[in-house]
Design a protein around this ligand. Sequence first.
Ligand code: MBD
Ligand code: FE
Length: 251
Amino acid sequence: MNERVKQVASALVDAIQKTLTEQRVTEEEWRAGVGYMMKLAEAKEMDLLLDVFFNHTIVDLKAQATRGSTPGMQGPYFLEGAPVVAGALKTYEDDSHHPLVIRGAVRTDDGAPAAGAVIDVWHSTPDGKYSGFHDQIPTDLYRGKVVADAQGKYAVRTTMPAPYQIPNKGPTGVLLEMMGSHTWRPAHVHFKVRKDGFVPLTTQYYFEGGDWVDSDCCKGVAPDLVVPAKTEGGAQVMAIDFVIERPREHA
Ligand code: MBD
Ligand code: FE
């Protein structure tokens, strides 16, 4: 027996049973639902579907409790082993997409610089794919670990990510469309900021005025996570200061 699993899983089962009853779901519809879940597993989209519908709920709960920066969704495309990069993420060699500079500082919850904090940065290719997951794109492209200096400052160059479309022919995309939603996420950059003794900060940021910022199919956009449009020397600038917090004694 596991008390927590019992509590949460029992509540989920109750909620589903209640919905099946209220909606007077037929046996035929039930079978279609079971078939759908089988297809989801076969297409290896279980994590995608769960992220699309529920990751933002978990993140909203985290946001209510943090003294650090606003958290965001991790999404399904984080890889733990990204290379440490100096100055720039590796991109396609012929990537002529608009340059992007991401820079700012990492501080701790008492305002001190978070020297040596490690920031995992990852985002889509210019054609809206993720390395290591789509089209056999090598895993070291468009992702890397950026190390903050002694003042907590960091900067990294890359190229602009593109809006990301949930694979629209897979089971997740098909369901979203049957539910009357589109399958697009606004262009975004993912971050995971870590330093020993602090709670890891997982978040993602969006570009003001970008397509789908107001109608993200994953409902991941919080006002704090939209950065103002700013350009400098021909590059788009994403200026982000992060705050990481110490673990609480009574979580
Ligand atoms: C993504 O790129 C993403 O960030 C999330 C949260 C869900 C699906 C695709
Ligand atoms: Fe993403």
